[in-house]
Design a protein. Structure first.
Lengths: 337, 283
């Protein structure tokens, strides 16, 4: 058993190889796979001098080892290079402009998936072996087989086109102005005292969050159910029931709390799915986040930005897995081997 | 005879699992048949305009026509070929590469194992679709490139599973006995370890195919999958998106529903196999 501080430091050190491996993978994909980024940027008609100039500008005229060292040093000094189009802004600034949108959508999707997963999971564990249980099991299988763009489009058709209840694209209505503090419109609107802006932001968030959340909830249903069943079979639950504790309190206060550790681990793993799902959700709902940004820049062959965005994702994944592990160790001291 | 007896027992004791498995098998087999016999089933040529554009579903066109006047139903039928072809080849590649690396890593251990495991765990933690997007964006459009992008994503799945299994099997007494009797590495891996590892593959493989169907559709939806005009569900769904909000729902929804049905089919297959033959990990 070690202290939490020592655990955090060890875990932090373990993140470094992971980041290095992912960076190397990105380097390999971007530089070594066939396909010449320079030709892709300038097109086939460019003169040899032009090609040579851009190649030099990107540092692609050096050998791989030098390119690799340059790239790693650059990334670790927080520099992802400059975009190749539209004002050539630093890639990292471009990403920070879009990230709040992705974060807000991901949080929305996460909340939907957890609530839905907990409800369905707890419910099917109480109804184990009944028709309800079978039905919820089907729900879980269908939910994680759903294709995000399809679900999004069905929502757009029903709630946007036919019922006209919700907007089908974007983060806010054109007439609403929200001052930019954090980039999260729900928070910014409140900070600038605009209740209307807050509800407008929520109103725009509902369909995309539901789309993302429903698809991710299937995994939670299953996990919460099996985790709950394990806990419900334990002696202390029988003791609680024998003492006449109300069943709701037994389930939600005592059983669910103990079932939470496996669920928490899963939430960390789910983060990768959340990010991948966000790319599809953003594209379906024209949501101006990192995902739509990445796809736009792939289309314009903005090579440095594409590379930078993938690197950003790599750091994000490493960071979240680190945070989840630390929370995990904080809650359950047995983890800190 | 033995098998019939087993099936009867399963029907009696685990009826729900059995029914789910059967539904999965039916979906998968039906899709395979449609893919094989596409030219005989599809009423029209999927590549050319056969009628007015944007016709709603009706007796002549059961799923309507798209923005170019192509028959959505015929494109959906031919689309099964694309998805089955791309997904099965990519997942088999992941299976073979992942299994070989997992066997080597788990069996030999040491620094090879540490390095390989670290690499595979890192890739595994990275969002699969985004990895596939990066590879596909760099390789450019094409059927083979799409397959490469998908197979890269799933190698770690097999690696981790096989490696774990090898570690368990390796510590068994009979493997130790084989080593003591002077069996070579090759014999131990092929004769003792591999046969014990193989039974878990079908469950993971069909789960993996279900996921790969969604990844393939996702890549095509994002414009990074197989090149147009090849009939492809994800691509056709994307193609219908521009007319969706004007009320032309059929161009997108039919291919989309087929994607989901196929993914459900493989999920059910995986789940059924797991519940029936691996009773320790049940729903």
């Amino acid at each position: 058993m070690v202290s939490l501080k020592v655990y955090i430091i060890t875990r932090l050190l373990m993140t470094i190889p992971m980041i290095l491996i992912l960076l190397t993978l990105v380097f390999f994909i971007m530089r070594i796979l066939p396909g010449d980024p320079v030709l892709a940027i300038v097109g086939m008609k460019a003169s040899p001098e032009q090609i040579e100039r851009i190649r030099h500008e990107l540092g692609l005229d050096k050998d791989w080892l030098h390119q690799y060292i340059d790239y790693i040093t650059m990334v670790f000094s927080g520099n992802l290079g400059n975009s190749m189009i539209w004002g050539r802004r630093p890639v990292i600034n471009e990403i920070w402009d879009r990230f709040p949108a992705t974060l807000e959508l991901s949080i929305g999707g996460f909340i939907v998936s957890v609530i839905l997963g907990l409800l369905t999971g707890v419910f099917s564990s109480i109804k184990q072996g009944t028709k309800t249980d079978v039905g919820l099991r089907l729900f879980s299988i269908i939910a994680y087989s759903l294709f995000i763009p399809l679900l999004g489009m069905i929502f757009q058709l029903i709630f946007g086109v036919y019922l006209r209840l919700f907007p089908v694209a974007g983060r806010k209505s054109p007439l609403i102005s929200i001052t930019w503090y954090t980039g999260l419109y729900t928070i910014d609107s409140l900070l600038s005292g605009s209740i209307l802006g807050f509800f407008d932001a929520i109103w725009h968030l509902i369909l995309p969050s539901l789309t993302l959340g429903i698809v991710l909830s299937g995994v939670y249903t299953r996990l919460v159910r099996s985790s709950m069943l394990d806990v419900l079979a334990e002696d202390f639950i029988r003791a609680l029931r024998a003492r006449g504790i109300p069943e709701n309190s037994v389930l939600f206060k005592h059983a669910l709390k103990n079932a939470f550790i496996p669920i928490l681990t899963m939430m960390g793993l789910q983060f990768a799915l959340l990010l991948a799902g966000a790319v599809l959700t953003e594209t379906t709902f024209s949501w101006p986040g990192v995902g739509t940004f990445l796809m736009e820049r792939i289309e314009y062959r903005d090579y440095t930005t594409v590379q930078g965005t993938i690197v950003f994702y790599a750091f994000l994944v490493a960071l979240v897995s680190l945070i989840v592990d630390i929370i995990y160790a904080y809650i359950d001291p047995r983890i800190r081997y | 005879m033995m098998n019939l007896e087993l099936l009867r027992k399963l029907w009696k004791r685990r009826r729900v699992d059995f029914i789910l498995l059967i539904i999965g098998v039916i979906i998968v087999v039906a899709t395979l048949l449609v893919a094989i016999f596409a030219p005989w089933i599809a009423p029209y040529n999927p590549y050319v305009s056969v009628d007015d554009a944007l016709l709603p579903p009706g007796p002549k066109h059961p799923m309507g026509t798209d923005n170019l006047g192509r028959d959505v139903y015929s494109r959906a039928i031919y689309g099964t070929r694309t998805v089955i072809f791309v997904v099965l080849i990519s997942t088999v590649v992941s299976l073979v590469v992942g299994t070989v690396l997992g066997l080597i890593s788990g069996y030999f251990g040491g620094s090879i194992d540490r390095v390989l495991s670290m690499i595979m765990d890192s890739i595994y933690a990275f969002p699969g679709l985004i990895l596939a997007i990066a590879v596909a964006a760099m390789l450019g459009p094409g059927v083979v490139n799409t397959m490469i992008s998908i197979s890269v994503v799933y190698i770690p799945t097999y690696f981790r599973m096989i490696r774990g299994q090898v570690l368990t099997v390796k510590s068994q007494l009979y493997v130790e006995a084989a080593v003591a009797l002077g069996a070579t590495n090759k014999i131990i891996i092929l004769k003792y370890i591999l046969p014990n590892v193989l039974p878990i593959i079908p469950v993971v493989f069909s789960m993996n195919v279900a996921d790969a169907v969604l990844t393939e559709a996702g890549l095509s939806f994002l414009g990074l999958g197989v090149p147009a005009p090849l009939p492809d569900w994800g691509f056709d769904l994307k193609n219908g998106q521009r007319n969706l909000l004007a009320g032309y729902w059929w161009i997108s929804t039919f291919p989309g529903i087929l994607i989901v049905i196929l993914a459900i089919g493989f999920s059910l297959l995986s789940e059924g196999l797991n519940e029936l033959f691996n009773p320790s990990r049940r729903w």
